[in-house]
Design a protein around this ligand. Structure first.
Ligand code: IMP
Length: 190
């Protein structure tokens, strides 16, 4: 069975392929077909995107929508993560966080996978909790907020961890693991 992963982001595709690689009987293939990103929650974006793409290609397809949420900023940038990253960027975020210390720096990444096939759409979610670092720290891995996010139980940022290390604990990993379990059950049921 071939399942299409609709994304224009090579980092996401690499993480996705790595996580779903060992799923027997399924081949993941990236496709870069843009889909309208409705303004709304990650769930709404993923559901709309998956349905939209299925009506276009008529093949099993999934999208993944994610965001970065800072608790003390009431979830900002959240659904606006891409825009905020492209405008004020990590320096702007660190500036907004200047007065916050310790636990006040709590943040999380959330990922929602939307999968659609002939049976309709299903959503799978994953979260990774951690803190906003005090400075930008990167060894050249990852992208966007990775260089200011330290996951729980770590002292390195995501951008100081290899893709393999990040893919073991990331929000995307958790959402895709749920998706994988669903596919396993589906493939094994008669
Ligand atoms: P998208 O709309 O799902 O492509 O993601 C929204 C934005 O969230 C991205 O453009 C990034 O700025 C941010 N983001 C999502 N996942 C990650 C991640 O794993 N690391 C760093 N930033 C991320």
């Amino acid at each position: 069975m071939k399942i299409y992963f609709a994304t224009g982001n090579p980092h996401k595709l690499k993480e996705g392929e790595m996580i779903l690689r060992d799923l027997k009987g399924v081949k993941i293939e990236g496709i870069n077909i843009p889909y309208p990103e409705v303004q709304g929650t990650l769930e709404e974006v993923a559901e709309f995107g998956a349905k939209y793409l299925y009506t276009r290609i008529k093949k099993p397809v999934f999208v993944e929508d994610s965001g970065f949420f800072i608790e003390v900023l009431k979830g900002f940038p959240g659904s606006y993560s891409r825009y905020v990253q492209e405008t004020i960027g990590n320096r702007g975020i660190l500036k907004l966080m200047e007065d916050f210390k310790g636990e006040e720096r709590r943040a999380y990444f959330k990922s929602v996978v939307g999968y659609c096939d002939e049976d309709g759409v299903k959503l799978f979610k994953g979260v990774v909790r951690g803190k906003v670092s005090y400075e930008i720290r990167s060894k050249g891995y990852g992208f966007a907020y990775d260089s200011i996010f330290i996951p729980e139980g770590e002292d390195r940022t995501f951008a100081e961890m290899t893709t393999v290390e990040k893919s073991r604990i990331s929000h995307r990993k958790r959402a895709l693991e749920e998706f994988k379990e669903y596919l396993k059950k589906r493939l094994s049921s008669p």
